[in-house]
Design a protein around this ligand. Structure first.
Ligand code: PBG
Length: 325
């Protein structure tokens, strides 16, 4: 009798492998982050993130059409305001950069799910994610501002708000305000397990949001811990979060896995800027095969338990999956 490994019989053709695959990456899983800038007629390279661009609101049409045509269901918006101040007041201006971008995107395609990053770091002159008193971020004052920012995004048409500030109590405060204002159907995606990470470097250059003093270690999580992530996730669910997120993704797949095992809500993973730029730069130098590495990376994130993947590779991945890259 010839002994053949059982697994091998299911690997004899690509069709068979696909039929029995335990994980499948779909375009529906992808969320594409966009950087929106004040000004006119701008589509400008982001140097720290090759292949990503800043867009002014009046130049969003082309990229939104491309996203829509590729079937990518959702975008996550980041804004670069014209002016920053101590209290990040531009973040909740109803005519601020994100609020204008949401209205424009909904005009272009009202079916596209618009998620907004709710945070202050792009809007504060000191670059911290909250109100600073005596060199410390004041949790409760910050939550009062965060909920105002979230409401202003929802009023402009956002479908999901994603607070990324990591303050305690923010999910409950946002939920209460949205409900009170009648936005009972707007979902909250919580950056529950947001680690203090070097992998955000290219984003901070792109968003011009690096802290001007100190670091974010008092409010973002320490990467030595994962039980703490579970506690954050539990708390966010109790406060009313609809989707829980883990960020970054690749060095945190154990956390994604634990979230998926533990919680029955959708789990999102953020494949962050450093994880993106490493692959792009290595590929540009001929060190790796870009296309296969993108798909392997995203499939790995999916296999570890993420239902949704926020990734700068969304356009590339959708094109690869459609055979047009
Ligand atoms: C904070 C925020 C950050 C990212 C998303 N939202 C940066 C930070 O915490 O410093 C990073 C995303 C990435 O690296 O791609 N508003």
């Amino acid at each position: 009798m010839q002994l053949i490994k059982r697994g091998r019989r299911l690997r004899t053709s690509q069709g068979l492998r696909r039929m029995v695959a335990e994980t499948s990456l779909n375009i529906d899983d992808l969320i594409y982050p966009l950087f929106i800038m004040e000004g006119n007629n701008i589509i400008e390279d982001i140097p720290s993130m090759p292949g990503q661009y800043y867009y002014s609101v009046d130049r969003l049409e082309e990229i939104i059409n491309e996203i829509s045509m590729l079937g990518i269901p959702s975008v996550l918006l980041f804004g670069l305001p014209e002016k920053k101040d101590e209290s990040g007041s531009e973040a909740y201006n109803q005519d601020g950069i994100i609020q204008k971008a949401i209205r424009r995107i909904k005009e272009l395609n009202k079916e596209l799910i618009v998620i907004t990053d709710v945070c202050m770091c792009e809007y504060t002159s000191h670059g911290h994610c909250g109100i600073v008193h005596d060199n410390c971020v004041d949790n409760d004052c910050t939550v009062d501002v965060i909920k105002k920012i979230a409401l202003s995004h929802v009023k402009a048409g956002a479908d999901i708000v994603a607070p990324s500030d990591m303050m305690d109590g923010r999910i409950g405060a946002i939920r209460e305000l949205l409900d009170k204002e009648g936005y009972i159907d707007t979902a909250i995606m919580s950056y529950s397990a947001k680690y203090s990470s070097s992998f955000y470097g290219p984003f901070r250059d792109a968003a011009k949001s690096a802290p001007q003093f100190g670091d974010r270690k008092t409010y973002q999580m320490d990467y030595h811990n994962s039980n703490e992530a579970i506690r954050e996730g539990e708390q966010d669910l109790v406060e009313g979060a609809d989707i829980l997120m883990v960020k970054p993704a690749l060095s945190y797949m154990d956390v994604i896995y634990r979230f998926k095992e533990r919680f029955t809500c959708p789990i999102a993973a953020y494949n962050v800027s450093g994880e993106y730029s490493m692959i792009k730069v290595a590929a540009a130098n001929g060190l790796i095969d870009e296309k296969t590495m993108i798909i392997e990376t995203l499939t790995g994130i999916k296999r570890s338990g993420a239902d949704l993947i926020i990734t700068y590779f969304a356009l590339d991945a959708a094109k690869i999956m459609r055979g047009i890259y």
